[in-house]
Design a protein around this ligand. Structure first.
Ligand code: TYM
Length: 331
């Protein structure tokens, strides 16, 4: 049985990008694999959230996970900070990671550009903590979106380096995974090529958006003035509308609008109406479960407690073995 692990930072509600990148296929996978799904609250501290907001966001992600179909009886759902073993592994792995390689990570370089006033050490060591999340359960597969590919590559490097230094074959080399499909990047409604809450909240459709909100957001999505000649290539914004449609609509619907585009007969208003309808249809069952789960704090606490116990069992075994390999076993 493969071990599968994925995580999401609690920065608000989950959006369609998180769902298609890291969650959808996981819901299918939990039957056949040993799955761990966690809320990466330590990682979210790089942006210094207020304690009350952090607590609310952790709850929101837990609710969204469950509403999206994760079953605590079939997989392990936990909060990262409930498993302190991950910090010890990060410290140990960090001894073999070079500052230069961390400085070259694209997400770090982007943060340096974007938030020059808050280049904290947590941002620099982010890939080490992320590798520890994965290696602490000795995961084989990691469902992630395209944006996390480099972090996965680094995880493999760190794992391989550890094995090499200690002459063992202990850590497996985990791969980024999307159930046999390519890694995905769901675009934003604002014309940007990635749906991202930190870039622009208005670009996102959240799993917890009501049908009215979805309709309003989609109708406001950026498009262009339309094709003027057959075979004209699409602008990024229109490409985005088609990509979103491919994610939620039937192939017939996509083909219909594709043909209309090619013949220069497309009406973006009609396309957006159809897209809003299909997104709503897709999100509706999740949205309904979110509304119910939000008020069930007892159940949510039980899920988090059960998840923490299961995750710690697996994590403490790894830490025991890693200490042994390193030689921290003189007692
Ligand atoms: P985060 O919180 O930014 O995003 C969570 C997951 O959602 C995916 N994702 C997307 N996929 C497709 N299209 C999009 N527009 C889109 N936006 C987000 C991300 O690829 C990710 O899979 N560093 C991670 C959290 C993390 C983690 C881990 C993930 C910490 N430790 C261990 C996997 C394994 C992050 O910031 O994801």
């Amino acid at each position: 049985m493969d071990r599968v692990l994925s995580g999401i930072r609690p920065t608000g509600y989950l959006h369609l990008g998180n769902y298609f990148g890291a969650l959808k296929n996981f819901v299918r996978m939990q039957e056949e694999n040993n799955c761990y799904f966690f809320i990466a609250d330590y990682h979210s501290l790089t942006t210094h959230p207020k304690p009350g907001d952090l607590r609310t966001n952790i709850k929101n992600v837990l609710v969204d996970y469950l509403a999206a179909g994760l079953d605590p009886e079939k997989c392990t759902i936990y909060i990262q900070s409930d498993v302190p073993e991950v910090c010890e592994l990060a410290l140990l792995l960090g001894m073999n990671v070079y500052v230069g390689e961390l400085q070259r990570v694209s997400s770090f370089k982007e943060k340096v550009r974007r938030q020059p006033d808050n280049i904290n050490a947590g941002l620099l060591t982010y890939p080490i903590l992320m590798a520890s999340d994965i290696l602490i359960h000795r995961a084989d597969k990691v469902p992630v979106g395209k944006d996390q590919e480099q972090h996965l590559e680094m995880t493999r490097d760190f794992a391989q380096r550890f094995n090499h230094i200690y002459g063992v074959d202990y850590f497996k080399l985990p791969v980024a995974y999307n159930f046999g499909e390519n890694l995905v990047k769901i675009p934003g409604l604002d014309g940007s090529n990635k749906m991202s809450k930190s870039d622009n909240e208005a670009s996102c459709i959240f799993l917890s958006d009501s049908p009215e909100v979805i309709c309003k957001k989609v109708m406001k999505a950026v498009s262009d003035s339309g094709p003027t000649e057959a075979g004209q290539s699409k602008s990024q914004a229109v490409e985005n509308l088609f990509s979103l449609m491919e994610a939620v609509s039937t192939p017939d619907t996509v083909a219909f609008f594709e043909e209309a585009y090619q013949k220069c007969e497309i009406r973006y208003g009609d396309m957006k109406k159809q897209l809003a309808k299909d997104i709503t249809h897709f999100v509706a069952p999740i949205y309904e479960r979110i509304i119910t789960l939000r008020s069930d704090d007892d159940y949510l606490s039980k899920v988090a407690k059960l998840g923490a116990e299961k995750a710690r069992e697996s994590a403490s075994k790894t830490i025991r073995e890693v200490r042994e390999i390193i030689g921290i076993n003189y007692n």
